[in-house]
Design a protein around this ligand. Structure first.
Ligand SMILES: Cc1ncc(C[n+]2csc(CCOP(=O)(O)OP(=O)(O)O)c2C)c(N)n1
Ligand SMILES: [Mg+2]
Length: 193
């Protein structure tokens, strides 16, 4: 079954506590903002292909916090080689979730390679991820949310979603401001040093 992206993200971000969230550009950034903008959100406004690597940096810098990257299939395909680097670093507090609508939804619903046989979880597994799955049920999303918080190892999941568009929930737009907001939330006074 294909799931609803806003319900999936709301479930993943339930009682999120210390969870740090990076969102890939476009719809994923609007999704995490619709679930509630906080200082521990880092929505990318550009940098297509960079979301997983931003997540890796945060996970290595903040090893006691769970870090979750939520991105699109198009964005992940563009940054695919980052999966190899992440699997080599193997932070146990990082989870990468792809909201896979098999399209470049934001730019007009052009089909991506996941519509034509490319399997991102198989690619993640091939890079060395211990946990990589395809999710098609909300129950599995709830289980995934719990494992993310347990920091139970590096994991990858592709969640199959419908291609529905939602009204944009726009996060703050200034990247430097967003970065500083998160640094203050994570580091307190040290953020000014
Ligand atoms: C380098 C670069 N190429 C292309 C774009 C245009 N662009 C913005 S969002 C997007 C599609 C993203 O698709 P996906 O990650 O699958 O997210 P969806 O909208 O389907 O949820 C594209 C092609 C861009 N912003 N930057
Ligand atoms: Mg997509």
């Amino acid at each position: 079954m294909k799931l609803d992206r806003r319900k999936v993200v709301a479930e993943l971000l339930t009682e999120r506590g210390a969870l740090v969230v990076v969102a890939g550009l476009g719809a994923c950034a609007w999704d995490i903002t619709a679930a509630g903008d906080t200082a521990l959100n880092f929505p990318l406004w550009g940098g297509m292909g960079a979301a997983a690597m931003v997540g890796l940096g945060l996970a290595l810098a903040q090893p006691r916090r769970p870090v979750l990257v939520i991105t699109g299939d198009g964005e992940m395909l563009m940054g695919m080689s980052s999966l190899a680097t992440i699997a080599v670093q193997r932070p146990d507090n990082l989870s990468i979730v792809v909201l896979d609508n098999e399209q470049y939804g934001e730019t007009g619903h052009q089909a991506t390679h996941t519509a034509m046989g490319a399997e991102l979880p198989a690619i993640a597994r091939g890079c060395g991820f211990d946990h990589a799955s395809t999710i098609t049920k909300m129950g599995a999303v709830a289980e995934l949310r719990n494992t993310i918080h347990d920091r139970a190892g590096l994991r990858f999941a592709a969640i199959k979603i419908t291609p529905a568009d939602y009204p944009k929930a726009l996060p703050p737009r200034d990247g430097a401001w967003l970065k500083h907001r998160m640094r203050v939330a994570l580091l307190g006074e040290q953020a000014h040093a």
